[in-house]
Design a protein around this ligand. Structure first.
Ligand code: FO1
Length: 331
């Protein structure tokens, strides 16, 4: 781990899904652990087979603990599948693959949630036991469930994403429970920390991984109030998604499938945007300052390199103090 000599200061990273996790891991390896808070999307969470499953928290936990499945990006490495095989033999639902090691997480988290323990406390304890030193938070301890609107009706998230392999056409999203949700305590505190250096929006799917976090009341206003750079990394490279249905969703939602369109989508919360080298010539089309670099993350070194590049870019961005009028909206 290298400590950035130029700047110390805390960093808050918003992440969901496989792509976001890669940069979150890179940040965890280039920053002192006490300076990084990673906030995970929990809109993917659902009850399945009697278990409470929190995929984005698990994807981050396994990656930060070094036990993630590098091929899929989710679940654990060195996995075995006896439970799934036996479940299939007796007619259980096997469309959502739970490995034998992964199963322990769902069993133990479900037990602790049923005992009344908040998701954030469970997450922090399991992270500690797995040797994770950064602060890993769910966006809220309250239930939030992403619903996917399609021409044939509204689908639960994992039904859309896994069982139906993201094939249905998307016409919109809803985050059930978000209006009544409260940001987990450490989240807003991290954004208000006087030592805050930057906020990083990881290259996750804006609609299903970042929007649920922004939908938790108080989060958008807290982000608008920070007087440090908020830098997002594009999940779109040269008109294509690196992974998952981001590009397909943008097309179905009537958005241009481009890095500038993602920057525009984040317009009211970001002050900088990182794009791939191939999108550098579109710099004029962006609504915020742009930094182009190789944002593809295949190796651990790529993850660390991009993390350093994001922090260096953030450190260069001077953030004009934002005027917050009486109504609290940002001018
Ligand atoms: N994604 C799949 O495409 N197929 C699966 O069978 C699957 C199982 C699974 C089990 C545990 C877990 O934590 C994640 C899992 N995922 C699976 C990924 C999951 O759908 C996530 O919601 C996505 O990574 C998007 O965040």
């Amino acid at each position: 781990m290298t400590i950035d000599p130029a700047r110390s200061g805390t960093v808050v990273a918003l992440s969901g899904g496989v792509g976001g996790t890669k940069l979150a891991l890179g940040l965890s390896r280039v920053l002192p652990p006490g300076l990084l808070t990673i906030v995970a999307n929990t809109g993917d969470d659902f009850e399945h087979l009697g278990f409470f499953i929190s995929p984005d928290l698990d994807t981050l936990t396994y990656a930060l603990a070094g036990v993630d499945n590098l091929q899929t990006g989710w679940g654990r490495r060195d996995e075995t599948w006896s439970f799934m095989t036996a479940l299939g033999e007796i007619g259980g639902e096997t469309w959502f693959k739970l490995g034998d090691r992964d199963l322990a997480m769902h069993v133990e988290r479900t037990r602790r949630l049923k005992s009344g323990e908040p998701l954030s406390a469970i997450t922090a304890d399991i992270a500690r036991r797995l040797g994770i030193e950064v602060t890993l938070l769910p966006m809220t301890d309250n239930p939030v469930r992403t619903k996917v609107a399609t021409p044939d009706g509204v689908l639960d998230f994992q039904d859309y994403f896994v069982r139906r392999q993201s094939i249905p056409v998307v016409t919109g999203f809803a985050f059930d429970g978000a209006a009544a949700a409260v940001p987990v305590p450490g989240f807003l505190a991290a954004l208000k920390n006087p030592q805050l250096r930057a906020v990083v929006i990881c290259p996750s799917n804006p609609f299903i991984s970042i929007d649920p976090i922004l939908a938790v009341p108080g989060v958008r206003a807290a982000l608008a109030a920070v007087d440090v750079p908020v830098v997002a990394v594009s999940p779109i490279i040269a008109g294509r998604a690196v992974k998952g249905p981001t590009a397909k969703m943008m097309r179905e939602l009537g958005l241009a499938v481009s890095a500038p369109a993602v920057a525009e989508y984040y317009r009211d919360i970001i002050t900088g945007f990182m794009v791939h080298e191939e999108d550098a010539d579109a710099t004029a089309a962006f609504c915020v300052p742009v930094q182009a670099t190789n944002i593809l993350m295949r190796s651990l070194e790529d993850r660390e390199r991009l993390a350093r590049a994001v922090l260096e870019f953030a450190d260069c961005l001077t953030v004009k103090p934002r005027r917050i009028n009486v109504g609290g909206s940002v001018q």
